[in-house]
Design a protein around this ligand. Structure first.
Ligand SMILES: O=P(O)(O)OC[C@H]1O[C@](O)(CO)[C@@H](O)[C@@H]1O
Length: 530
């Protein structure tokens, strides 16, 4: 298509929201103009399902749950007055807690204000808080934020080393909707040990965000933590960033959570429109449907031209892939659905994988995110008439054109600046796009049955490890190959798992297991240290 024709298509298709200062440009998606009309019946059905969801329908039938993240920024829309009150009360508690911490009314045991914040969580209980912290943080933050988002001991040691002697003025927020996630439980225990080693009483440094009567809730109340903020079963982990999960860390960091919620609320209003052309989330969902044939046939590459949006692709990876990646559709038919999401940031990726995007396997579409405002304050000229930010803009435009010339399609989202409101709007935009797209492809976006399989299998491995350790200790006079051990435990079919467990045990001193080094690694002999 010629440049001037594309310009006409740009003007015809551009969605712009004046108050949010947010645009969605689908002109570089090669669907015909008739596509929207053709998809209209399916879209209207998706809008209807979304309206039912917002009205409190059981939108997650597998778990018999309502799906209410939209109420978090408009409590008056919650289906009962009681829920509305709970949402308002939780927000008030978040703000009151953060303000008490900032004013020193809730202080470190040494009487000083808390200066650091250690957030412990995983998945939806970490990715949203991390994205918000990274996109909106600054040198002026009220608290310096750190994360434990895994059960990797070395990763936690690295964070603790960074905090160093600052631990005595560190507040720990442990976040888990279920309150039973092992990675988070381990992170909490490791944090507690670090505090105790430093002669500090963990409970005086800890606050929880969790579901009522969860394991974490009970621990926090039995140990007398500083407080507990609620999570509800009608908020999914991956859509929990506008609940206390995201708001408490953000408020403690000093981010204006009211503006974040306001941005999300305004975007929610826009994305409730049943006029497809006026609904930016519907335009995104339709673009995904077009690009992937509604079957995940192409990957979604996110290219935000702004360092502060680096973690957006990680955040969206969970939101999109955990929501859409489903074996069965809502009628129980095998569909193997999903959209693969990856990305980092422009212009950096220009020097990494954009080569393949332009010339290699054409199995993707791009979402560019453009931010008009370069920085606070003035910019130097890096050469006559051009700033670093002009270059960033030039590289964005250049890559968009270079890809389109080669029939690589893209959507571009433009925001004026990075602010709490625009981050809230981006979050809400994608939450709604995922919900609408899930309706279009008839999958339940609000459960995650596949994740349970890995969790169960990990439990089996840990149980087998217990049996192996017991056997090594009981027969400490002898050594075992993995095959010996599997036979001795009467689990010959588990020999590979036994080998992997033994190899890991011997690599770490805590269990007191040693290994010989044989020519073939699977013939190594293991024994308990005497
Ligand atoms: O908040 P929780 O219950 O600890 O769960 C953490 C994450 O684990 C999952 O349930 C599965 O990975 C995610 O959906 C969720 O965000």
């Amino acid at each position: 298509m010629q440049k001037l024709q594309l310009w006409e298509r740009y003007k015809n298709r551009l969605y712009h929201h004046a108050e949010l200062e947010l645009s969605v440009d689908t002109s570089r998606m090669n669907f015909p103009d008739s596509y929207l009309d053709q998809m209209e019946p399916r879209l209207q059905k998706a809008f209807e399902e979304m309206a039912e969801l917002e009205a409190g329908a059981i939108a997650n039938p597998d778990e018999q749950r309502m799906v209410g993240h939209y109420w978090l920024r408009a409590p008056e829309l919650a289906p009962t007055a009681e829920l509305a009150e709970q949402i308002k009360a939780a927000l008030a508690s978040v703000k009151a807690f953060a303000s008490s911490v900032h004013q020193g009314n809730i202080a470190a045991p040494d009487g000083h204000r808390f200066e650091n914040l250690l957030v412990v969580g995983i998945g939806g209980s970490a990715l949203g808080p991390q994205f918000v912290a990274d996109s909106l943080g600054s040198a002026q933050d009220r608290m310096k934020v750190f994360f434990f988002d895994n059960t990797d001991p070395d990763g936690m040691d690295k964070v603790l080393a960074e905090i160093g002697s600052g631990l005595k003025r560190t507040l720990t927020v442990v976040i888990s909707k279920s309150g039973g996630t092992k990675e988070t439980r381990n992170g909490m225990l490791e944090a507690r040990q670090a505090f105790e080693k430093a002669g500090l009483h963990f409970a005086a440094h800890a606050v929880a965000v969790t579901g009522s009567d969860s394991e974490l809730d009970r621990t926090a109340s039995q140990e007398g933590w500083l407080g507990t903020l609620p999570m509800w079963d009608w908020v999914g982990g991956r859509t929990s960033v506008t609940s206390a999960v995201g708001l408490l860390p953000a408020a403690l960091q000093g981010i204006d959570v009211d503006r974040l919620l306001a941005g999300a609320r305004i975007c929610d209003q826009a994305t409730r429109s049943r006029s497809t052309r006026d609904n930016p989330a519907a335009l995104l969902a339709l673009s995904w449907f077009h690009a992937t044939a509604g079957k995940g046939e192409r990957d979604m590459v996110l290219l935000p031209y702004k360092d502060r949006l680096l973690l957006f692709s990680r955040y969206l990876q969970q939101l999109i892939m955990e929501s859409l990646g489903k074996e069965l559709d809502r009628d129980g038919k095998k569909v193997l659905q999903g959209i693969t999401v990856y990305g980092n940031k422009g212009s950096t990726d220009q020097h990494a994988y954009v080569q393949q995007l332009r010339e290699g396997v054409p199995n993707f579409f791009v979402t560019f995110i453009e931010v008009l405002k370069d920085r606070e304050g003035a910019s130097m000229l890096v050469e006559p008439g051009a700033t670093s930010g002009d270059y960033l803009s030039g590289f964005f435009q250049g890559t968009r054109s270079a890809l389109y010339e080669k029939d690589r399609e893209s959507v571009t989202i433009t925001i004026r600046e990075i602010s709490p409101a625009s981050i809230g709007a981006l979050i809400a935009l994608y939450e709604r796009a995922v919900g609408l797209y899930a309706s279009l492809i008839n999958v339940n976006a609000y459960h995650q049955p596949g994740v349970e399989a890995g969790k169960k299998a990990a439990g089996t491995v840990l149980k087998l490890q217990g049996e192996i350790l017991e056997m090594l200790r009981r027969q400490s006079e002898r050594d075992f190959t993995c095959a010996d051990m599997a036979m001795t435990l009467a689990r010959p079919e588990e020999v590979e798992t036994v080998f992997m467990i033994l190899r890991h045990l011997a690599a770490n001193p805590v269990h007191g297991v040693s290994a010989t080094t044989e020519e073939k690694v699977w013939e190594n002999r293991f024994r308990a240290a005497r």
